[in-house]
Design a protein around this ligand. Structure first.
Ligand code: HEM
Ligand code: NAG
Ligand code: NAG
Ligand code: NAG
Length: 329
């Protein structure tokens, strides 16, 4: 009995200590910090987590598009929720070509509606995206990480900004490194975040060139394993524009380091995946992750997601906290 009481008071002591420490969590240069809503909306993170877990219980494949949504938000105009905005004339990011499989917007809406009920006008849509991306991975058994919050929402979305800001599956390593660098991300972030392709799907048109007529001589991409190319040709006829392809076949619903094994075997789906072997630093990371005892992927992933979440954020008095994520106030 005494020990139980002891452990209960220890429990509360530790909890108080923890909340004290987290209220001292450092604010970074941009004004983001872990636990930004601890005082203004203490249940915020719980509410988001519940929305994500409820939705993913019904449909676990939502994890992939929810992760990708955060990437698309952050790379176009920074992490400020512009990927969610809808314009009457449809000239918004959602209607740009690379949107293809973006889905799960209703989960963002549900989480936001629950947040507005609990604490109106406090939690931004861009923070919802960041929290949802983390919770979607946690729902897939990825170890959690502290998400920095305090972002505010932008008021602009432009269909023409998507293609120029998002890397393409046809990009080479030089171009990928340059594009990540222009967003403040390094080579390590590039290779680690590419590991997001351990879940989800792509589509035939993204690899038709690798399978047929790669250099105009009716050849295939020499950087694609020949057996794998043959099996992909069975799935993708030259004019196929719709067939979906698992990026990590057999394990496309499991978030693990198997993506790196595939890439090392020249079985990465896109040229942009294969390209990770063309730079000394990214290649050595790929190879290190193929050894199960040496894999630091989960830990690295959280760190790089935090880095990505800092791209072009609006904080302080800039931007606004949208009432509804699909429209500006
Ligand atoms: C390095 C540059 C990247 C390129 C060129 C790229 C390209 C692509 C393409 C073309 C698709 C297929 C979309 C479709 O057919 O519907 C895709 C899917 C995906 N990407 Fe990336 N991506 C990159 C980086 C990232 C990053 C940084 C993340 C997140 C950390 C990410 C997460 C995903 C996920 C989860 C999917 C699957 C989506 C689904 O199943 O609905 N990608 N990516
Ligand atoms: C993606 O863009 C197309 C038009 O290019 C549009 O028809 C489709 O609804 C968009 N997808 C989403 C999820 O908004
Ligand atoms: C990589 O791609 C860029 C842009 O498409 C191109 O200018 C460059 O020549 C390519 N580099 C290599 C080494 O192929
Ligand atoms: C292959 O590419 C070359 C050069 O771009 C083109 O002239 C030829 O028609 C293509 N062949 C097929 C079968 O698509």
């Amino acid at each position: 009995m005494a020990t139980l009481k002891m452990s209960i008071s220890w429990f509360f002591f530790l909890q108080i200590l923890f909340s004290l420490l987290s209220s001292f969590a450092p604010t970074n240069v941009q004004g983001l910090k872990v636990g930004f809503y601890d005082k203004s909306c203490p249940k915020a993170e719980l509410i988001v987590k519940k929305s994500v877990f409820d939705a993913m219980k019904k449909d676990p494949t939502l994890g992939a598009p929810l992760l990708r949504m955060f990437f698309h938000d952050c790379f176009v105009r920074g992490c400020e929720g512009s990927v969610l905005l809808e314009l009457k004339n449809k000239k918004d990011e959602k209607n740009a070509v690379p949107n293809l499989s973006l889905r799960g917007f209703e989960i963002i809406d549900n989480a936001k509606a629950a947040l507005e009920k609990e604490c109106p006008g406090i939690v931004s849509c861009s923070d919802v995206l960041a929290l949802v991306a983390r919770d979607a991975m946690v729902a897939l058994n990825v170890p959690s990480w502290g998400v920095e919050t305090g972002r505010r929402d932008g008021r602009v979305t432009n269909i023409n900004e998507v293609t120029s800001n998002l890397p393409s599956p046809f990009d080479n390593i030089t171009s990928l490194i340059t594009q990540f660098r222009s967003k403040g991300l390094g080579k390590k972030d590039l290779v680690v975040l590419s590991g997001g392709h351990t879940i989800g799907i792509g589509h035939c048109p993204q690899i038709t060139n690798r399978l047929y007529n790669f250099t105009g001589k009716r050849d295939s991409d020499p950087n694609l394993d020949t057996e794998y190319a043959a099996s992909l040709r069975k799935k993708c006829k030259p004019t196929d524009t719709t067939t979906a392809l698992e990026m990590d076949p057999g394990s496309f619903k499991t978030f693990d380091a198997s993506y790196f094994k595939l890439v090392s075997q020249r079985r990465g789906l896109f040229q942009s995946d294969a390209a990770l072997l063309d730079n000394q630093e990214t290649k050595s990371y790929v190879l290190k992750q193929t050894k199960s005892y040496g894999s630091t992927f989960f830990k690295d992933f959280g760190v790089s997601m935090v880095n990505m979440g800092r791209i072009g954020v609006l904080t302080g008095r800039t931007g606004e906290v949208r009432k509804k994520c699909r429209m500006v106030n």
